[in-house]
Design a protein around this ligand. Structure first.
Ligand SMILES: Cc1ncc(COP(=O)(O)O)c(C=O)c1O
Length: 378
């Protein structure tokens, strides 16, 4: 196949998804406009009820994954000088949320196979000041929650699950966010489940946390407009996003299956190549928010990205830099342990296009182009 003459394949597919849902989205927007309630109405409550039931927790809608994390850290009473352990491979928000509370992010290494927090590294980083651990369910695969829970129990630590990339993921049948004290979802439009722009959701295991989480997401209010009980954030979800996300919740299982089908096709196709493919872990099916192929070295990864770009295929690195190496961390008190595996892996991972909206023909084009790259270099 001549990959150079075909159209461009995007790296992300939310524009295509929202376009496909356009008729439903417009209907939902119209309903909200007709009702005239834009916050704190029945759509937010319904989303919370349904998400809470499916994901086995007590849900509070939020304005983003970032704000969900900030509210979770505050709700658990984590503050000045406390240490919070997290993987060095995550989005900056995980660290920013901890820093916003005056606490200290402590970065540890990832497991080379799952790209999620290495429980042994987390255990080695515990000090008398450690208050919590934040496993990040990276690329759509849950962290090893059995090991993390055991560690937390041993040391009396809180567990905040960063579920931003893991809507629909499970560990031994337990939905993301249902195992730790609080799970934090991002429902940014490009996530496996998302609204129209930025949204998020908190999932608490203990229902007693819900009133506090509500206050934290609504400027300290408790349903009554003019009383602010504590310094909360402007972090609530709007009714339009709630309606759109509620609609997508029913579509998520089929979307996840499609992601897994496409990932299996990639894995089959690449089995003979010198690349590493993401895969399920024991009791933890992958939901493939991203499909990071691992190349032998950074130069080969960069060459593959260039090759695919010339073939009209967009790729990305999620993420190219370890969080402690971001410039912003210069101004944030933090501690970094040995993150050799993270630093070795990040520049070697290339995320191929993968989404429910990717067509079979486009999948074939990606496969052909990855093969052509290796044939050219042989
Ligand atoms: C691992 C992780 N944590 C937190 C976030 C923050 O979520 P949001 O973009 O909704 O604020 C993201 C989103 O990119 C993420 O991928």
């Amino acid at each position: 196949m001549n990959t150079l003459t075909a159209g461009t394949i995007a790296g992300e597919f939310h524009a295509r998804r929202v376009r496909a849902l356009k008729a439903d989205v417009l209907r939902l927007v119209e309903e909200v406009i007709d009702d005239g309630v834009f916050h704190g109405g029945r759509r937010v409550r319904e989303l919370e009820a349904v998400a809470g039931e499916r994901w086995r927790g007590h849900a509070v809608a939020a304005s983003s994954g970032t704000m969900a994390l900030e509210c979770a850290v505050r709700a658990l009473g984590i503050g000045t000088g406390d240490e919070v352990i997290m993987p060095a491979l995550t989005f900056v928000s995980t660290a920013f949320a901890v820093a916003a509370a005056g606490a200290v992010p402590v970065f540890v290494d990832i497991d080379p196979h799952t790209r999620t927090i290495n429980p042994a590294a987390a255990a080695a980083a515990v000090t008398p000041r450690t208050r919590a651990v934040i496993p990040v369910h990276m690329h759509g695969l849950m962290a090893d929650m059995t090991a993390i829970t055991a560690l937390a129990d041993r040391h009396g630590l809180a567990v905040i699950e960063d579920c931003a990339q893991a809507a629909g993921a499970t560990d031994a049948g337990r939905p993301a966010g249902s195992v730790g004290d609080i799970g934090c979802y991002s429902m940014w439009v490009g996530k496996n489940l998302g609204g129209l722009a930025d949204s998020g959701l908190l999932l608490a295991r203990d229902p007693a946390l819900v009133p506090l989480l509500r206050k934290l997401t609504d400027l300290g209010r408790d349903g009554e407009r003019n009383t602010h009980h504590l310094r909360g954030s402007r972090a609530r979800m709007g009714e339009i996003d709630a309606a759109v996300i509620r609609h997508q919740l029913d579509l998520l299982p089929a979307w996840t299956e499609r992601r897994r089908t496409l990932a299996a096709r990639y894995a089959d196709a690449f089995a003979t190549l010198p690349v590493g493919a993401p895969h399920d872990a024991e009791h933890r099916p992958h939901t493939y928010y991203k499909y990071p192929l691992t190349l032998p070295d950074p130069a080969t990864a960069a060459a593959l990205m260039t090759h695919l770009s010339r073939a009209g295929i967009t790729t990305e690195q999620v993420y190219p830099h370890a969080v402690p190496h971001q410039p912003a961390l210069r101004d944030i008190t933090h501690r970094t342990t040995d993150i050799t595996v993270t630093l070795d892996l990040l520049p070697r991972m290339v995320c191929l296009p993968l989404a429910p909206e990717l067509t079979d023909e486009e999948t074939d084009r990606v496969i052909d182009a990855v093969h052509a790259f290796h044939t050219d270099r042989a």
